[in-house]
Each structure stands twice: as structure tokens, then as C-alpha cells.
Design a binder for this molecule. Structure first.
Ligand SMILES: C[S@@+](CC[C@H](N)C(=O)[O-])C[C@H]1O[C@@H](n2cnc3c(N)ncnc32)[C@H](O)[C@@H]1O
Length: 184
């Protein structure tokens, strides 16, 4: 990932989460696949009353998120070193109200990853997906040949069992990204 301060310029995470998480999905737990620097983790932990499980394969990223949570005295973040591609989330079935997949859907086996999100979500739980746009020039992001379009993501989400896949406009808060939400 690019340097943290530069990465943060691409997002207004509070506004994005306001659009992605409906008010009736703020009482349960949330899982984040690939929390990175915690750009969205901390905003999510402030906006829901449940716990945020923030997974990342890189120990340094997990340490950064833990430090930020401690500095803000946010006690509802569980930052965990974990390879969610090979090991899943480790969370029980139907235990989460919200799953966040923000920027890793170009990784191997996106449908497998989405199926894991489906498994841990409770019935009617909400999935949020954000990814880099490929219809405009963007300053960063994975190479265009592996960058999924909204239609590709929608198709993967439906293959994984999600329904009611809908776009969410993020132009005002994440101009280089598109958003999709879906229901378990
Ligand atoms: C592009 S970054 C996005 C970070 C964050 N979601 C955001 O949008 O600010 C993707 C993150 O996923 C992590 N990651 C990649 N493969 C992973 C895996 N198999 N298991 C867990 N984390 C992974 C990377 O270390 C990186 O921090």
C-alpha cells in the first residue's frame, strides 16, 4: 500500500460509512477484510455499538490499528493477524451484522472471500464493497487488468449468495471508488 498519509487523502471514511451502513445495522458486530492502516476501521468502530474485527495478513498493519484504537480509547476493535484467503475469518456463522470488503476484491478467489463474508453474516446482514474505479484515471490502485468493475463485483456477490446488490454513490467522499451494498 502507499504511504499512510497519501492513502488517507483518497477517502472520507465517515461519510462513506454513513452511506454504506444503514442506521438499523449499527447495533451488531462488523468484520473488515484487510483493514490496512485502519482508514475505515476506526470510523466503523465509532459508528457501531458492536465490535469490529479487523483482519490483516501484515503484522505491522495490525499493530498500527491497535495503536490507533488505543490512542482513541476505542475498546470495540479486535485487530487480528490473519490470512483470510487461506484461513477465512475464524468467526462463527451468522455472527456479524456488517461485513466490509474495501479494496481487496482483486485478490485471488474473490467469490471464496465473498462466501466467507456471507457465512459470517446474520440473515439480512449487510455487505459493503468498495473498489477502485476503472472508468476514470486514478492516482493509485491495482493495475487495470485485475481491477474488477462494479458489474464484475455484482456478479461475484450474487454467485456467493448475496441478494439485493445495489450501487452506492461515493463521488463526494471517495471520488476514485465505487461502492456496492448487498444483503445476506
Ligand atoms: C488495498 S489494502 C486496503 C486496506 C483497507 N481496506 C482500506 O481500504 O483502507 C488491502 C489490505 O489487505 C491486506 N491483505 C491482502 N491479502 C490479505 C490476506 N490474504 N489476508 C489478510 N489481509 C490481506 C493487505 O495487507 C492490505 O493491508
Amino acid at each position: 500500500m502507499p504511504e499512510e498519509a497519501y492513502w488517507a487523502t483518497f477517502f472520507d471514511p465517515e461519510t462513506a460509512l454513513d452511506r454504506l451502513i444503514p442506521s438499523d445495522a449499527r447495533g451488531g458486530h462488523a468484520v473488515e477484510f484487510g483493514c490496512g492502516y485502519g482508514t475505515f476501521t476506526l470510523a466503523a468502530a465509532r459508528s457501531i455499538t458492536g465490535r469490529v474485527t479487523a483482519l490483516n495478513i501484515e503484522p505491522e498493519m495490525v499493530a498500527t490499528v491497535r495503536q490507533k484504537a488505543q490512542a482513541e480509547q476505542l475498546k470495540n476493535i479486535d485487530a487480528v493477524i490473519r490470512d483470510f484467503v487461506s484461513d477465512g475469518t475464524g468467526l462463527p456463522d451468522a455472527s456479524q451484522q456488517h461485513a466490509m470488503i474495501f479494496n481487496p476484491l482483486h485478490l485471488e478467489d474473490p467469490v471464496g472471500l465473498l462466501r466467507e463474508a456471507w457465512r459470517v453474516l446474520e440473515e439480512n446482514g449487510r455487505l459493503s464493497v468498495i473498489h477502485w474505479r476503472s472508468d476514470i484515471p486514478t492516482p493509485r490502485g491495482p493495475s487495470l487488468d485485475i481491477r474488477p468493475s462494479p458489474n464484475q463485483c455484482r456478479s461475484w456477490m450474487e454467485q456467493a449468495g448475496f441478494r439485493l446488490v445495489k450501487p452506492v454513490a461515493l463521488d463526494a467522499c471517495c471520488p476514485y471508488h465505487f461502492g456496492l451494498v448487498a444483503q445476506r
